[in-house]
Design a protein around this ligand. Sequence first.
Ligand code: RBF
Length: 169
Amino acid sequence: MESFTKGVKAPTEQYDGSKLRVLIVKTRWNSEIVDSLVEGAINSLTSYKVERSNIHIEDVAGSYELPFAIQTILCNRVYNKFDVAIAIGVLIKGDTMHFEYIAEAVSHGLMRVGLDTSTPVVFGVLTCLSETQALQRAGIGENSHNHGNDWGQCAVEMGMKRERWSKGV
Ligand code: RBF
């Protein structure tokens, strides 16, 4: 194979997400980049017929807060049940070890929340070595790609499949 298409292939099924309820928790750290990713995710969700009114958005300070926020919201009966959650944040490597500690804690934390709650949690956290990398992956500027689009698509697929799998189909 001389070349291949990098990234995720669209699902073969054309999902109807009109019944899905989606939780997005986003950070205020690196908010311009994060907001572009959130916009990408929302565009993708609505392209699968997810109702805008069924997308609930909360924010937290930084990526480190994402697992706690999502777990607490998913487990709170006051909120209507969500079918899927998307955690959106942007970590950019600096001069200290913060990047490494936060990236590892957040990725493990989000995985645990998904497994413990049986609700898929989409890993929408960019872990970038530079601001340029972050902008390119948030659809900002030339030759960029908005990964938020992929996360929205992943959320629809996992929300629909979770429903199907939980019924044993
Ligand atoms: N949060 C992010 O979402 N992205 C970052 O790039 C980021 N870098 C940080 C760098 C330092 C030195 C510190 C102290 C915090 C950083 N945070 C970042 C915030 C972190 O996720 C969390 O909000 C705070 O540590 C409070 O728990």
